[in-house]
Each structure stands twice: as C-alpha cells, then as structure tokens.
Design a binder for this molecule. Structure first.
Ligand code: NAP
Length: 484
C-alpha cells in the first residue's frame, strides 16, 4: 500500500497565501524506498521568486519594528507545533528522503529546539557602549537586521537545515524566502504549516519550490535581497560566492565535509567501533559531518575493524517507515551509482571489501545499498579525497600523532573531526591541531542548537546555530556622539 505524506499543502507559500506557480508547472516527489511518486507539488521559477522577494520586502519594516519578545512568540509557538506534529512530520520526511522514521523524528525535535533557542537568543542581540578616548565623545553600537534573506537548503536534513536559517533570521528581525531541495519540498511545507498556525504575519517567511538556477538568479540580482544563506555542495557554494560579488551580498555557506574519525590506542576498540558504525551509517552517510575516513591506531585496528564489520552486517535495512529499521534507502539512484564508483575505484587500487560493496540484492525496488567497510586503501583512492556522502567506512592504520594530524588535515574540507582517547593531553593536541570547525572528543554527535556549527577551508564560511548563528543575520551599526 502506498503511504501518503501527512502535510496538507502542495503549493508555494507567498505573501501569506498558498499559490500555484506562475507557470503552472508541477513536480513529482519520489519515495526512495519504493520509487513511487507520493505527491505532486507546484514548481516555480524566477517570477515566483520575484513575487516572494517583493512580499518579504514589504513585510520587513513592520517585522523588524516588533520587539524581539513579540517575534519570539511566533517562534516559540512554531517549536510547540513542531513537537505536537513530530510524528506526522517525521513520516513525511521518511517518505520523501528515506531516513528511518526514528531518525526523522530526532531531526524534527532538534529543529523545534532550534526554533525555541533562537526565540530566546533574539532577546540578546545586544550592542555595546565603548569607552571613548576623547572626553567629549560617547560611542556605542546597535544591532540591525540584515534585511531580506534568500535561504537555499539541501535534501539530506530538509527540516533541520532550513530551521537553522528561518529561526535566527526571523529572531533577528529579517524576513526570508526559502527554497528547499526540489526532491524534498514536503518537509519544508510542514515547517511552514507550523509557522502559519503559530501566527506568522504575511510576507515574513515565504517558500518557493522551484528551479534552483532561476530562484538563485533572482536572489543574486534583486537588490532587495541582502543576504544569501546556503547549505549544499562546495561546488555550488563557490558559484554563489562569485555571483554574490556583484551586489556584495552577505553570504553564509555551509558546504561539504570529509570528517576524520581518529581512534587512539587507549580507547576501547569495541565500544568505539560500535559508535563508529552508528555514526557512519546514520542517514546512509549522507550527512555533511559524517565520519568518512577512519584512522585507527595500529595496535587496536584489527579488533576495531572486526567489530565494525560485525556491527555493519547487523544493521536492519528497509523502508524507513517500518519498525526497527536503522538503515533506509539512499536518496536517489545517482547517489548509489556514485557510491559504487568510489568503491570500484578503491578496489581497483588494492582495497579489500570486508562487507557490503554493492547495491542490496534483497530489495526489488528502492535505492538500497549495503553498508560497506573497506580496508587496505591506497593513498590515491578517490574516497579519501572526494566527499563520499555514502554508506562506506574506509579504515586506515596510523602510529604517530603528528602523522595522523597531517593525514586528517590533508583535504580541502574542514567541517568536522572526531577523536577517541582518554588521554587529555592527546585530546588537546588534536583539538588544536585539526583543521575542522567542529571537533567531537569522544562525542560522535556534537551538533546542538546552542553551539556553533560550520566549517573551515572549503567547508564554508560563517557559523550556524549559537550566538554566531544570530549574528549572521545582524549588521553592527556604530554610533558616535559629540557632547556639547
Ligand atoms: P547541492 O546540489 O549543492 O544542492 C543544495 C541546494 O542548492 C538545493 O536546494 C539545490 O536545488 C540548490 N542548487 C543546486 N544547484 C544550484 C545552483 N546552481 N544555484 C543555486 N542553488 C542551487 O547539494 P546537495 O547534493 O543537495 O547536498 C549535499 C551537499 O550538501 C553535500 O556536499 C553536503 O556535505 C552538503 N551539506 C552541508 C551541510 C553543512 O552544514 N555544512 C549540511 C548538509 C549538507 P535543487 O534541489 O532544486 O537542485
């Protein structure tokens, strides 16, 4: 039986109304577990994006004049509604994205916490009083919302990653136009249904499901849009950076990653291997902070690898709506083909496949790929340099701390890194030596609303969440006053 998504709407949301796209186009949303089309949504283009930007511009003066306390009421109510509707939102996300419903529900709850946290943090957009060097002068800074924001998000965390933009933007007094990934629009529709029922004034947040290039061209070329917040691939992020130069748009970029997972010999290989498998195969490795290069000290790598293989074999795979499933399908066929190509390349360069290594033969339909563990990798295997975004665990040995720091940093990415040790000196040396914006010390799941999330190097620019995530939507105005 075909399951039905549990959000009500299927249109764009512009200026306080659900509307069809100007061109009348529709897009089918496909369930990656069944390959069935589960919904048809309106699919817009440049004209719709322009209408949404105009609505956000018109709504800006009144929204920014509200006190943060009044804006917080809408955000807090949104958080409450997301929690109330968590089961329906999670099932909808599972149907369009593939992840198991337990994971999807965790994502909804994390996103509700994000709305609640920014509702409060908006009240702390403090300026400063700065001591003068001239006795006749007084100096201070005040915070001002950036203005209209264009937000573009990916498919792998369709609720979390839009929440990290909408909540701080609205808390700061900005208005916003959101574009979801085309294949996961229903999750964003679900967030908007919560915002609307929470009392969102018309025009303050708008949603355009539509052509990526047309929407982003409108964001880039319309002077009313003052900031773009993008989460997605490094390749698109670089393109947006170039385009943003023309009007000096503010940019926040959350891009790709290739996280090292480093295990020192004093760590328990069995315990850490179990944590590694859960971390690696969450959402099939389609996670920007997914551990994707496993450096294990040579004294414990045999035990670690044996346990990792056993645990990977035990993971229950299936349609994410079914009870007990911990690994769903990959997101699309292209993702499976890319995974296979990386494995074939590694194998061709001498790697051994310890488990998995191919599309699952247990399913007639759906993009199911066997959780894979590789060893014996050559340093020129593509999987060690290209972001894999795949359910593949390459295990490598190391012996010296300086060597492992150098290997871990030998990538253009710098998003997350994980270190497992009980030695506090080793932990500090690693935290200081690794080029990554997020470091989990014995912590495989570090993301939380009150702490900054973002990358170094080609993993991005700026930070989401935490106070930095609010600052990203604020300008600092400096006011200097001469006394008479
Ligand atoms: P993507 O291809 O860059 O797409 C992301 C979003 O950008 C989608 O909404 C997409 O729209 C849109 N887009 C595509 N081409 C565009 C263009 N030329 N101009 C403007 N927008 C464009 O990335 P993805 O494959 O969906 O997502 C996976 C990537 O996101 C990975 O690299 C992952 O590491 C990264 N990511 C980073 C973070 C982080 O916080 N650092 C979090 C999650 C994911 P359509 O869907 O309509 O094509």
């Amino acid at each position: 039986m075909t399951a039905t998504p549990l959000v009500k709407n299927r249109q764009l949301y512009i200026d306080g109304v659900w509307v069809d796209s100007a061109g009348g186009k529709k897009l089918g949303v496909v369930n990656p577990a069944t390959e069935e089309t589960i919904a048809e949504v309106s699919f817009g283009g440049r004209a719709d994006a322009a209408k949404a930007v105009a609505a956000a511009s018109a709504a800006l003066p009144a929204w920014m004049k509200l006190t943060p306390y009044d804006r917080a009421k809408v955000l807090k109510k949104t958080a409450d509604l997301m929690r109330e509707r968590a089961d329906a939102l999670a099932r909808t996300m599972t149907m369009e994205q593939g992840k198991p419903v337990v994971e999807a529900k965790g994502e909804v709850m994390h996103s509700a916490d994000t709305f609640e946290w920014f509702a409060e943090e908006g009240k702390r957009a403090y300026g400063q009083v700065i001591p003068p060097a001239n006795a006749q002068k007084r100096h201070l800074t005040i915070k001002h919302p950036v203005g209209v924001v264009g937000a573009i998000g990916p498919w792998n965390f369709p609720i979390t990653l839009q929440s990290r933009k909408i909540a701080p933007a609205l808390a700061a007094g900005c208005t916003i136009v959101c574009k979801p990934a085309s294949q996961t629009p229903l999750s964003l529709i679900g967030i908007f249904e919560c915002l609307i029922d929470a009392g969102l004034p018309k025009g303050v947040a708008n949603m355009v499901i539509g052509s990526a290039s047309e929407t982003s061209d409108e964001f880039m070329q319309n002077p009313a849009v003052r900031k773009i917040s993008f989460t997605g691939s490094t390749a698109v992020g670089k393109q947006l950076m170039r385009q943003a130069a023309d009007q000096v748009k503010r940019l926040s970029l959350e891009l790709g990653g290739h996280a090292p997972f480093i295990v020192f010999p004093d760590a328990d290989p069995e315990v850490v291997a179990k944590a590694a498998v859960l971390g690696k195969f969450r959402n099939n490795g389609q996670v920007c902070i997914s551990p994707s290069r496993f450096f294990v000290h040579k004294d414990i790598s045999k035990k670690f690898t044996e346990v990792a293989v056993e645990e990977a074999k035990k993971l229950k795979m299936g349609n994410g709506l079914e009870e007990g499933v911990v690994v769903g399908p990959m997101f699309e066929k292209k993702a499976m083909d890319g995974t296979q190509a990386l494995i074939d390349d590694a194998k061709g360069k001498g790697a051994s496949i310890l488990t998995g290594g191919c599309r699952s033969k247990r399913f007639d339909k759906g993009y199911f790929f066997e959780p894979t563990v590789l060893s014996g990798l050559s340093s020129d295997a593509k999987i060690l340099t290209e972001e894999p975004f795949a359910p593949v665990m390459p295990v490598l040995d190391f012996s010296k701390i300086d060597d492992v720091i150098a290997q871990a940093n030998n990538t253009v990415y710098g998003l997350a890194a994980y270190v497992f040790t009980n030695d506090i000196s080793v932990a500090w040396r690693m935290a200081e030596g690794l080029e990554a914006g997020i470091i989990g010390l014995n912590d495989p799941v570090p993301a939380t609303p009150q702490c900054p999330f973002g990358g170094m190097k080609e993993s991005g620019m700026g930070r989401e969440l935490a106070h930095e995530g609010l600052e990203a939507y604020l300008e600092t105005k400096y006011v200097s006053m001469m006394l008479r």
